[in-house]
Design a protein around this ligand. Structure first.
Ligand code: BES
Ligand code: MG
Ligand code: ZN
Length: 482
């Protein structure tokens, strides 16, 4: 993608995008005409396509000036993309005038670029060409922008590219993406960036070290598990920030097998947390981040076989706590428990954030646009909420307390992987299980089961029926700010 900021040249673009605030008094020319005729009111996200002198014009409404937020500008950017239609090799310009604050202009550009994505890896023929023709390959930003704007633009392009990379990983079918392939993906990042190091524990090493929860979930699979460890600025002496991502490359539910109407057909996306962690490390490396950041990914399939783990099995975790398996479909918390305790024991983190498509209950509670946020540390929780507002990736705090933690105790083992209140407050009990493995280390758990994949209800900057890459920008902002 070739993106340039230029001072003039609005007349020479094949397609020209012009953002407009509602209720501004200084309307002139064609714009005052369409507004007067009531064809365009500049409502937020409203678009109006026009032709003037052989040039396609797209007017984009920004709503009232004092109501525009980063998230809303991002939304308008996504809608703008959808109104562009076929682009082919036509040049596209976007007018940024002084009326719009540069941070909001950048959010608009971000929404446009995030939406400018299609996964064509498995498409052939005419339809593929058509979709391809809708993608922008270059964008001219036209206006008086300063050096700070240009710098932030370059940063945002890197975040968008990393988000697209996360989407690709999430979309890859499980037949083409085993745990070993995820590890190879991580190895590639270490190859590309010389301040990134890679390591992956094999099944044998996991056995030697006793990551038995990860191994238990893996038993039904024909493919070996991995614990992937990526380190950015490995040489630094500081306490690291640790990111942990759930890497279930397919979740059948195991012997508590999922029925057909329970998202089984998208359970190859159960590694969205892992994808976000990989993409965040990539973005941070691209941005020249100087902090020490470690990404940890427990990766396995959750399947059935003659050797698969079963309800009532009791497993000794890496941390030493024993866990009664009450439901083999509550596998995410098992692999995360081992990964979190491995991170805390071996890396002494400053703080830890895990991302996981952990519970259907979180979707029931919050829907598809909000991730659930849980933490044992109010300061970290606040920082994540700030980063969330800045990125437009929504999180909402849900409760986590000792009562939920107590519900995870088992009569026959230290813990059970299902709360004794069954499915009630399922997102909170899932988080409470994890809380038993993090102790006092500042930790937050972000349940992304809803926003990692969009089917119907979609943010305009996310393509419908696609992975979203949720969380990359949120984590980048969090780490940049803290
Ligand atoms: N991967 C699922 C969670 C999920 C469900 C993600 C739907 C995206 C869409 C997870 O492993 C799971 O199966 N969770 C169970 C937990 C339950 C058994 C306590 C669930 O949500 O039903
Ligand atoms: Mg499951
Ligand atoms: Zn799962």
């Amino acid at each position: 993608m070739d993106i340039k900021a230029i001072k003039t040249g609005a007349d020479s673009q094949n397609i020209l995008i012009v953002p407009v605030f509602a209720k501004t008094d200084k309307l002139t020319g064609r714009l005052s005409e369409i507004v007067e005729h009531g064809e365009f009111e500049a409502r937020l996200g409203e678009t109006y396509s026009d032709i003037a002198n052989g040039q396609k014009l797209v007017w984009v409404g920004l709503g009232e000036k004092n109501k525009l937020t980063p998230e809303l500008a991002k939304m308008a950017g996504g809608k703008t993309w959808s109104s562009l239609g076929q682009i082919g090799d036509r040049s596209v310009g976007l007018v940024i005038d002084k009326a719009i604050k540069s941070s909001l202009a950048l959010s608009l550009i971000e929404g446009l670029l995030l939406r400018n994505y299609a996964d064509l890896r498995y498409k052939t023929g005419e339809e593929s060409a058509k979709t391809h023709n809708r993608l922008l390959t270059s964008l001219n930003i036209i206006g008086e922008v300063d050096a700070a704007f240009k710098k932030e633009l370059q940063e945002l392009i890197k975040i968008v590219e990393a988000t697209h990379y996360a989407r690709d990983l999430v979309m890859t079918p499980s037949a083409d993406q085993r745990p070993e392939d995820l590890a190879n993906e991580a190895a590639k990042l270490a190859h590309t960036y010389n301040n990134v190091t890679f390591e992956a524990l094999s099944k044998k090493e996991l056995q030697e070290q006793g990551l038995n929860l990860l191994l238990a979930v893996n038993r039904g699979s024909a493919y070996e598990p991995r614990l992937i460890v990526l380190q950015l600025n490995h040489d630094k002496k500081d306490k690291p920030i640790v990111l942990v991502g759930k890497g279930i490359t397919f979740d059948s539910g195991g012997y508590n097998i999922k029925p057909s109407d329970s998202f089984l057909e998208v359970m190859h996306t159960d590694m969205a947390g892992a994808a976000t962690v990989l993409a965040t490390i990539k973005a941070l490396a691209e941005l020249g981040c100087k902090k020490k950041v470690i990404g940890i990914i427990p990766a396995t399939e959750n399947l059935v076989s003659g050797d698969a783990y079963k309800p009532a099995d009791i497993i000794r975790s890496y941390a030493g706590l024993t866990v009664e398996i009450k439901n083999t479909d509550a596998e995410g918390r098992l692999i995360l428990a081992d990964a979190l305790s491995y991170a805390i024991k071996n890396f002494d983190p400053n703080y830890v954030v895990d991302l996981a498509t952990l519970t259907g209950a979180c979707i029931v509670a919050l829907g598809f646009r909000y991730a659930g946020l849980f933490s044992n540390n109010s300061d970290l929780q606040k920082k994540i909420r700030t980063a969330s507002i800045d990125s437009g990736e929504k999180v909402w705090a849900l409760p986590l307390d000792d009562t939920f933690k107590d519900q995870m105790k088992s009569p026959v083992a230290d813990l059970a992987n299902l709360g004794n209140a069954g499915r009630f407050a399922g997102a909170s009990t899932g988080a409470a299980f994890l809380a038993h493995f993090v102790g006092e280390t500042p930790w937050a758990h972000i349940d992304i089961a809803g926003p990692s994949f969009q089917s119907k209800e979609t943010e305009s900057w996310n393509p419908p029926t696609y992975a979203t890459g949720f969380g990359v920008e949120l984590l980048v902002k969090l780490i940049q700010q803290n």
